[in-house]
Design a protein around this ligand. Sequence first.
Ligand SMILES: *Cc1c(COP(=O)(O)O)cnc(C)c1O
Length: 340
Amino acid sequence: MLIDLRSDTVTKPTKGMMEAILNAETGDDVYKEDPTVNELEARLAALFKMDAGLFFPTGSMANQAAIKMHTQPGEQLICDKWAHVYNYEGGGVSFNSGVSCKLVDGDRGMITAHQVKEAINPPDFYHSPLTSLVCLENTTNKGGGACYDFEEMLRIHQVAKEHGLGLHLDGARLMNAIVAKKEAPEQYGKIFDTISICLSKGLGTPLGTVLIGNKEIMQKAMRVRKVLGGGMRQIGYMAAAGLYALDHHVERLAEDHKKAGEIAKALEAQNYVRKVEPTETNIVIFYLSEGMSEIKFMEDLSQLQIRISNMGQGKLRVVTHLDYNDAMHDRFLNVLSNYN
Ligand SMILES: *Cc1c(COP(=O)(O)O)cnc(C)c1O
């Protein structure tokens, strides 16, 4: 039994999802003639009470398209120093949009309205790049699945509005935040201009992210996606997986969160663990005690058919997901308590 806890992207379609894929009605989506893609886009837009959606092959491409839609070359966006758009999208912000990032020193990947305000360059000071966009992430990836306090996002929205800035949400794991904090999707639709929602993380599809947003900005989305090479043809097979995931895999995220909480608790009890970060959703980040080698620890786990990931700087990461079942959970907890 291989227990793969490196990421929630390692899941395979369930039987039910596979059936939905096989039975999908499809068409050429580049002509906008794929009914299943159109349904998925409309459904997510409606769920968040936004005007339109567009299906992308990856979350990175959806974020990159949004940044392009919000900015002009030479401008600047504001994000946390740990943001995925800055750290893990291959330098796409500068390559695709010619934009720089003003990095904010946030808390577990989350920034405050006050920090955003301080990071805005005065628009009449022509020596600095013009600030045009704020990008938030919820839940945060490098921050260990941390969830924003909604009130803080409201205040950030207020600052963005006062200064005429766009507001984009990298919602790769937004459904985890919504389930964990018992929020309503439309709360997000009200304050963000664009939101990317990943279907292939906790929701368990093989691929796909939907970018949703308001009419005016989304008018640019098809052209930008084309420029990035992201038009797909009979992709309704994958949209069907997305619709299936929205029906069957949202509420169950609570189960992943429960297991992650139990792993965090088990780790805290071990003398070989120095610190466990607060665990709010499906990601557990922890540090080994002084003198312990992360490499050896990971190798020992690997011998036992358990995989976790190393985030560097002593950070180890475990991510729970759809394919991590109760039997695996019992075994992993058992291995953790007996390790020395
Ligand atoms: C995974 C992830 C993405 C998108 O990643 P892709 O692999 O391109 O789909 C974007 N933002 C965050 C925070 C993520 O965790």
